[in-house]
Write a new protein. Structure first.
Length: 512
């Protein structure tokens, strides 16, 4: 039996022009390919593009980009950065995913691009930027995206997240990796605006540089750049409760709230304090935590500092699991390990110079956990888990580019819905996804949107909120032509946000 011959190119082209009859479970469907039509799956991108155009932040990002090609056939800066923005915004986590938006001419027109370039062009363009030029460019863009909103008391949160790697990348070293032990990784030292969950900066380091000391230089540089917009409080977990980080805050006269590791000296402090009877009682406001304060000077510290200790009773319905030397798990239930009259406590030790009542310190520190939600969103819903190249230079640029687009989108979503914050998992289907078909006639482009979301009415009301913010900025710009539109826009959004200021209402200060 001879082999079946594949149809030639002419036959395939002819077949593509003819209608295909598809038998579906809902009946017969006639299908035709239409490659000439201009359509997009992200039809609502035009509203986000208007938001960026009104504030001028995308233009500023493109103009300050240090990319410089000498070839006349090279891609323009706008096309490269616009493609990267579209890839990040559409949920891409790898450069290869950019191929999925190559045919989106409607989105390209909305951003003023001539075309969507390939993923290879984006990679080569990022590699063509020199580190001394690209680093301040991206840091300035991130700072500009949030600085105007820091005219009120706010909290600076510090934390680091692990980015596992699966290839041969520069800086891929085996260090602290709680989720994938033994897996090479990078570390992202990140600085957040508390409560608003916005990124001030993100510094990429090798897998072994996960301790707070490797983020100290970035913190000092960030505080210097903030100038008179310095935070009212610097907050961090146990990795930051050391002399180096405390000294940075004290030299600048900043309040700090940092957690201490449970070292031998800290445990001796706990043993001594547990015998005291002046613990502040637990209440519903403190979520069951009792508090007490004291001073401690740890080894390596230059002086004694104020500490606040929190403790809370643990229920007896617990189980202790341990692994023996032979690898077998041992389970100890309460009746095996704890006396009936024994009390189990969990405790936390915080070092601070903040003049807040100690009953409010616990909640102020627990609010820091919100930045963990930001890490989860950026790694799982945006591109922080990907966009990896063999060199760390491009990985650093894309990490900050993802954070920048994330900040822009976060402000846009808050303009659309000021009463609550929505993650990308819900905000993209609401405010980005819609089938859009563009037609042009007499130099006028008309975009027909077909929302696929069930809440079409909610979408229209949210877009109306965005247009109200844009009208406000344009009116202010007409009256004051030199007004900073982005700053005006952020101040307008901050006024509309209900109960979500950068820093909660400060608790009462200690008397005297």
């Amino acid at each position: 039996m001879g082999e079946a011959k594949l149809p030639g190119k002419t036959a395939l082209a002819k077949a593509s022009e003819e209608a295909m009859v598809v038998q579906t479970m809902g009946g017969r469907v006639h299908v035709r390919w239409d490659e000439s039509a201009r359509a997009t799956p992200h039809g609502q991108l035009v509203f986000f593009a208007e938001f960026l155009a009104t504030a001028g932040v995308f233009e500023r990002w493109v103009d300050e980009c240090p990319l410089d090609y000498s070839s006349p056939n090279a891609s323009s800066k706008r096309d490269v950065l616009g493609t990267l923005l579209l890839g990040i915004l559409s949920g891409s986590k790898r450069y290869a995913h950019i191929a999925g938006i190559r045919g989106d001419t409607v989105a390209a027109q909305a951003l003023g691009m001539s075309r969507v370039v390939s993923e290879d062009s984006v990679r080569r363009a990022l590699g063509a930027m020199e580190l001394p030029d690209s680093d301040p460019w991206m840091r300035n863009a991130l700072m500009h995206s949030v600085r105007a909103a820091l005219d009120r008391p706010w909290v600076l949160d510090m934390d680091a997240t692990i980015k596992p790697l699966y290839g041969h990348q520069e800086g891929a070293e085996v260090g602290y990796n709680p989720h994938k032990p033994g897996r090479p990784s990078h570390v992202l030292h990140t600085f957040w605006i508390g409560n608003l969950r916005l990124v001030l900066d993100a510094v990429l380091t090798s897998g072994k540089q996960h301790t707070s000391g490797h983020g100290k230089a970035a913190l000092k540089r960030l505080l210097d750049e903030l100038g008179d917009r310095a935070p009212a409080l610097v907050r961090g977990d146990c990795g930051y409760g050391n002399e180096d980080m405390i000294d940075v805050c004290e030299q600048r006269g900043l309040a700090y709230l940092l957690r201490l590791r449970k070292t031998a000296n800290v445990k001796r402090l706990i043993e001594r304090l547990f015998r005291r009877d002046d613990w502040r009682g637990a209440s519903e406001a403190t979520q069951g935590w009792q508090t007490i304060e004291d001073e401690i000077r740890l080894s390596g510290w230059s002086k004694a500092r104020r500490v606040v200790v929190l403790r809370r009773r643990m229920k007896h319905d617990i189980a202790l699991r341990a692994k023996r030397d032979d690898g077998q798990l041992v389970l100890a239930l309460p009746h095996d390990s704890v006396e009936d009259n024994a009390q189990l406590w969990e405790y936390t030790v915080l070092v601070t110079n903040a003049e807040y009542d100690i009953t409010a310190i616990g909640q102020l520190y627990r609010d820091r956990c919100d930045c963990e939600n930001g890490f989860d969103e950026l790694k799982n819903q945006w591109g922080w888990g990907g966009f990896t190249t063999k060199d760390m230079h491009r990985s650093q640029i894309t990490a900050r580019a993802v954070a920048l687009v994330y900040n822009w989108w976060s402000w846009y979503v808050r303009a659309a819905n000021p009463t609550a914050r929505r993650e990308a998992l819900t905000s993209r289907p609401l405010l980005l996804a819609a089938v859009g078909r563009a037609t042009s006639h007499a130099d006028q482009t008309t975009l027909y949107l077909t929302p696929m979301h069930a809440e079409a009415g909610l979408i229209k009301s949210m877009i109306a909120n965005v247009h109200a913010a844009i009208r406000y900025v344009r009116t202010a710009a007409e009256q004051l032509p030199k007004v900073d539109r982005w700053a005006t826009l952020l101040r307008y959004i901050c006024r509309k946000i209900v109960g979500q200021t950068a820093l909660p209402t400060p608790p009462p200060a200690l008397p005297g």
